[in-house]
Design a protein. Structure first.
Length: 174
């Protein structure tokens, strides 16, 4: 075991991760000391060197706790990575749907909805924006266009929404 492994700092890790690393290093050092003592004891035949059973159990407990914390942090990191990937996919889908407004989805008061191949539910809504101002005979009007993408993220329902304004033909209400 080298001294740099036991004393090096990890500035790129959080304080909890540094604590976990420190506990793990302490446990590894303690196990290494136990091993060295057992080797010396086998060489000497002296009954006074070495560690007691309680010390060995404590060292193994510390090692187990350090490894448990490390595995929990890895699992949490993987879960957050998956959630971030779902959010990125939903964002991409919402932007793609918004780009289709005015081409595949006519700019008029209506709603479209569906599900993509990855299980993301989506909805595109177009509705007149505010009260018409200006010339009543203007051929164009503002519409609020919104896209919403929904998905299941580890049992919790999540959504991502985009909104913008688009110009479209004025709808004449009789």
């Amino acid at each position: 075991m080298t001294g740099t492994l036991l004393t090096s700092d990890a500035p790129h890790l959080s304080s909890a991760a540094n604590t976990t690393v420190a506990v793990g290093r302490l446990a590894i050092r303690r196990c290494h000391d136990l091993y060295q003592a057992l080797v010396r004891r086998a060489d000497d035949g002296d009954d006074e060197d070495g560690f007691t059973l309680v010390e060995m159990i404590v060292a193994m407990t510390m090692l187990s706790a350090g490894l448990g914390l490390a595995f929990a942090m890895i699992g949490n990191g993987l879960s957050r990575t998956a959630s971030a990937q779902h959010m990125a996919d939903a964002s991409s889908l919402a932007q793609s749907l918004m780009a289709r407004v005015g081409t595949e989805f006519a700019i008029k008061p209506e709603q479209h909805q569906g599900t993509d191949l990855n299980g993301y539910g989506w909805r595109v809504s177009l509705e007149p924006y505010g009260e018409p101002t200006g010339a009543a005979d203007s051929p164009v009007a503002l519409y609020s266009a919104s896209t919403e993408v929904e998905w299941d993220d580890h049992g919790a329902r999540r959504s991502y929404r985009l909104r913008t304004l688009r110009l479209g033909p004025r709808v004449v209400v009789p």
